[in-house]
Design a protein around this ligand. Sequence first.
Ligand code: FES
Ligand SMILES: [Fe+2]
Length: 399
Amino acid sequence: MNTAAEEEKQPQSRRQQVRKVGQSGNYWYAMELSAKLKKGESIEVMFWKSPIALFRGEDGKVQAIENRCPHRQLRLTSGIVQGNEITCQYHGWSFDGCGKCTGISHELGKGKAKDSLPNIKINAYPVQEKYQLIWVFPGDPALADKVPLPEIPQLTQPDPWEFVPLDFTLKAHFSMILENVCDFNHAFLHRKFKPFTDPHLLGHRREKDTIFIDYETDMSQSSAVKTAGEKKGEGLEDMTLWYQYPYQGSNTADKYLHWLFMTPMDEGTTRTFFVFLLGPLEIPFINKPVPKFLRKTVIRLANLFYIVPLLKEDVFILEEEMIGQERHPDIQHLEFNPIVGEFQKMSIEKWEEYIHTEALRKKAQKEAKERYIFPGAGLSKKELIAYNRMLEESKQLGL
Ligand code: FES
Ligand SMILES: [Fe+2]
């Protein structure tokens, strides 16, 4: 029987590797629907095993800090939001959006000015709201300004399209979700709704950190297109999908698009936010365009009767797949779709890049004798030290 250490050394298939990786923290991640976090409230979200407290102070701004009180590691989200700060429920230590302790209710800090309090700090993350979502940058904060959010021109143009974001938490690894969304060979699963019929993969290509996939497929069989699609779906034969790291999306004739923002919570759990952009919609039977004032209602109905039930088929099947993969981790898949391997390669590559840059950042912080050494969320100090040691050893061996 192999020991755990020996097992670690066994060469792993790409699929086994990818199912263990997270996503690079050096991107913006959708963490919560804006509407879910009211003024004076806090909520816990998770980025790759790192709990983050989101809170909205009285100024209306969302802040994101580690969800732990440095005193005894309690969740700050079990505390209270006062003004623009969050206060731990236990001994009343308060923290601002920079993660700095700004108040202590007992003798240690009672009555003291903020700058004469002990220098206590926890990690804080850049945060912004856009597209009705709260976005957090869990990696190196110095990069946050340089890394853009995904561009969605339909939502930023002067007359933006209406949309209603959807939110699911799946018991599946994020890479499996990607493989599902871009593999139309699973049309069988959706035989009731028929979002794509007789798909044919035309090709795929990688441009920097984006993989594009072109499909030819018949979308006119879809029950939603038949009901409310423009001209019963005429001209909807080609769809381009993409994995624009770490996001996913699709575009059909610039009329119907979607974006999928995945936030990995751990190896077996992923939060997903879908933004569906539905262009031309027609009133059933009379085939006239849906007037502007009714569009949001029609979109809500489309979500309720078509998109959500359709996505629930995927949620169900991905959770089934997760069970299958956990039961049989060592059995090779019979994989016929070339996109799957390409996606897996990019996910592994980007995760390794994240560990590498964060390990160097942590080393630099240590060398500069910085008091607070923060690794990016999703990585432990131990992991980064081990990685730095590995780099050191390879250097000594001249590798
Ligand atoms: S545990 Fe949070 S203030 Fe003591
Ligand atoms: Fe699907």
